[in-house]
Design a protein around this ligand. Structure first.
Ligand SMILES: [Zn+2]
Length: 320
């Protein structure tokens, strides 16, 4: 079973570039020993909360300020995805976090796209608006997404501290995104409530990052089914950020049984110290998911990916 899990073609839709910088590469780029790098970039198995988990992004972001480094980091991520048999990934990052040494937004996007070029792993970028950034800054990212839409960028997202910065502050931005026909997913119901998930869906989000707080909200679950919204679940990350006490209590089984579209993701390969294969193995051991269950979840992921009908059909063929 473990071998089968490793070998099966996979889709990953919720993957942060800054949280997935390869450790050996980070060590090389910074001239620091691997042990120091691990301390700086890997979160504890159990953090106090999301805020503590988010402190592990500062160091990798400091390395992601030059074209050369961005290319290398993206290239190495492709190798990591290939090792996991990921055939399609949507990789997200916040462009505004990479301008500290003077890179332009275009240079940032083009460097990452160059690093991601691959025959084996197809990818698209999701650009993250940040909850702690002001309106104008986030509007710039929407305009950037519009410029590169279908040219390597497929959507936008909203990331950052959900509790400190309420989703209601971002209504105008998502109205603008909708008018520009830019698809979006929103981090919601990870640390906040199921109400935030409902708000995100009402804004027009086609997918929700995490969304686990809807587990006890029948109305929210009904809305998700009705509107065919996919929850991008990341179980290991949820245990680390302490929104789920222990892995076996993750609501993924509940969602799957109740016909809520779900996909499996690592969130952050480095900060969460996990591969997608390892995440599947943990799910298999805790919930007895079968290979067919995993395949169904990959089919749901493909159906909700931000790509064309033809691209979806092509991926579906590959996983059959
Ligand atoms: Zn995330």
């Amino acid at each position: 079973m473990i071998e089968d899990i490793k070998n099966m073609p996979k889709i990953e839709l919720h993957l942060h570039l800054d949280g997935s910088v390869n450790l050996d590469l980070a060590s090389k780029l910074s001239n620091l020993p691997l042990e120091t790098i691990k301390e700086k970039m890997v979160a504890k198995d159990k953090c106090q909360n999301l805020t503590e988990y988010l402190t592990k992004f500062d160091f990798p972001i400091s390395l992601m300020q030059t074209k050369e480094n961005l290319i290398k980091i993206a290239k190495t991520l492709i190798q990591d995805l290939e090792n996991d048999n990921v055939i399609y990934a949507e990789i997200r990052f916040a462009p505004m976090q990479h301008i500290n040494k003077g890179l332009s937004l275009d240079e940032i996007i083009l460097a990452i796209l160059e690093g991601l070029k691959s025959e084996e792993v197809k990818t698209n970028l999701i650009l993250c608006l940040m909850r702690n950034h002001d309106y104008e800054t986030n509007l710039n990212v929407i305009n950037l997404a519009e410029k590169y839409l279908n040219k390597g960028v497929c959507a936008i997202d909203l990331a950052g501290d959900e509790i400190k910065y309420d989703i209601n502050n971002f209504q105008k931005l998502f109205k603008t995104a909708k008018e520009k026909h830019i698809p979006f997913t929103i981090h919601a119901g990870e640390t906040s409530s199921s109400t935030a998930v409902i708000t995100a869906i009402n804004y027009g989000a086609k997918r929700i990052g995490h969304g686990i707080k809807v587990v006890n909200d029948k109305q929210a679950k009904e809305l998700i089914r009705q509107k065919d919204i996919l929850l991008e679940v990341c179980p290991t990350s949820n245990v680390q950020t302490n929104v789920i006490d222990t892995y076996s209590h993750h609501p993924i089984l509940n969602f799957y049984k109740k016909n809520i579209p779900v996909s499996i993701n690592t969130d952050n390969r480095t900060v969460s110290n996990i591969t997608l294969t390892e995440e599947y193995i943990k799910l298999y051991k805790n919930f007895n998911f079968t290979l067919n269950d995993f395949k169904q979840m990959n089919i749901m992921a493909i159906n909700h990916a931000f790509i064309t009908k033809e691209e979806k059909e092509d991926l579906l063929k590959k996983i059959q």
